[in-house]
Ligand binder design. Sequence first.
Ligand SMILES: Cc1cc2nc3c(=O)[nH]c(=O)nc-3n(C[C@H](O)[C@H](O)[C@H](O)COP(=O)(O)OP(=O)(O)OC[C@H]3O[C@@H](n4cnc5c(N)ncnc54)[C@H](O)[C@@H]3O)c2cc1C
Length: 441
Amino acid sequence: MEPNMDFDIVIIGGGIVGLASGYKIMLSHPGIRIAVLEKEDTLAAHQTGHNSGVIHTGLYYKPGSNKANTCAEGRKELMDFAKEHKIAFEITGKIVVATSEKELANLESVFNNAVENGIEGVEEIGPDEIQEIEPFCRGIAGIRAPGAGIIDFAEVAKKLGELIEKKGNGNKVLTSHEVAGFDKHDFYTKVLTNQGGIAAKYIINCAGLASDRVAKMGGVEPGMRIVPFRGDYYELTEEAREKVKGLIYPVPDPAMPFLGVHFTRKIGGSVECGPNAVFSFKREGYGKTDFSFADTWDSLSYAGTWKLFMKHWRYGLGEYSRAFSRSRFVRQLQRLIPSLTADDIKPGGAGVRAQALGPKGELIDDFLIKRQGNSIHILNAPSPAATAALAIGDSVNRMAAEHFQLGKTKDQRLKTKKAKKAKSKKQKEKVKSEGGFRRSQ
Ligand SMILES: Cc1cc2nc3c(=O)[nH]c(=O)nc-3n(C[C@H](O)[C@H](O)[C@H](O)COP(=O)(O)OP(=O)(O)OC[C@H]3O[C@@H](n4cnc5c(N)ncnc54)[C@H](O)[C@@H]3O)c2cc1C
């Protein structure tokens, strides 16, 4: 390491993307020192610890997109990682169910997309097969993806953190370290945290719901803004759990990046229903009435947010009405499981999605990464980024190796420098001796 350098790389954000990136960099560059800084007192405190816990297969993502590619690779890596480290997961399979004629065209395009993405075992199913797979579910047509599963992503993240510290070269995973700014110097950056400054050569921003703010702190214009969308969950009561065996999804609205309210059997046996998607007045606000002036101002002072509202106001109102009305929420669930009643559900948790929004109100769908100077910024890592995290970590590692010249440790750089010096000395001597010879001719 350079003199006065605390770490080679500081990763900001102890969610699954930051930790998977740190883990992959550690595996391929064991000599360098990494610190992961997390502002909360525990890892996986936000999106990673507040999601549906579904191992996606990649039915929906645009063929050739980063989402499609990393979901396929990441899913395999995730299962291998879980097996190796004895983290519980289950391949439950999933069905996507159309309940009305008007959804059939979208269902067909999800199926064609899945085939193009090469999703193993994906098949079209009819009403009888839907009922065979999920006895309480009713639909007119569906798709079955047998490879989908469930896992606790917070557990995966915590294991990654443990390995980064245990196997690395003095690596640290520091919780309760909130990054508040950067003090840039010629050959390093002082990362300013609530616990003091930490010097690092390179910075990787994986701050999820704060990715745009951290980029700006580092002098990088992200070209997008994070607009938070809360998703509320209900849980089936113990008596009603038998109504769901695996994963039951509606046909998604192709205009929106959300998958619709679905039923998810969780590791541990509980069954969640949700999440909806409502504009949130607080980036890390999990309660229905949570409010932050700064976060609301950030969202509402952005032209993109208003353009999005204008385009999708009908969708937004529908989601809001269901957020505040249990009976409307139940009616939505009954489209998939008609026998479900209000007595079958109880309030569950909530999650907030970091939705990256472009200036024209466009919902940025694919993963978005920007590099500038001594930093890399993961600006958009929405679902299926938890499934895909280890493959995203591979991409970040490749990018870091190239952008930061990571392959070269200080020793290697010194060796190269010495070798270059020796070569140039030899050349000079050769020229001198040849020159002497020429002169004597
Ligand atoms: C409701 C919901 C359901 C989802 N369902 C699924 C699913 O079933 N399957 C799937 O694959 N994906 C799912 N996702 C998506 C998935 O959870 C996310 O894509 C993934 O967790 C993103 O991880 P991350 O590390 O980028 O973000 P996060 O987990 O949010 O981590 C970012 C971290 O950065 C920290 N941080 C922020 N600012 C600072 C700072 N200044 N200093 C230090 N630390 C900071 C935060 O505290 C946070 O811990 C879902 C997401 C949501 C919200």
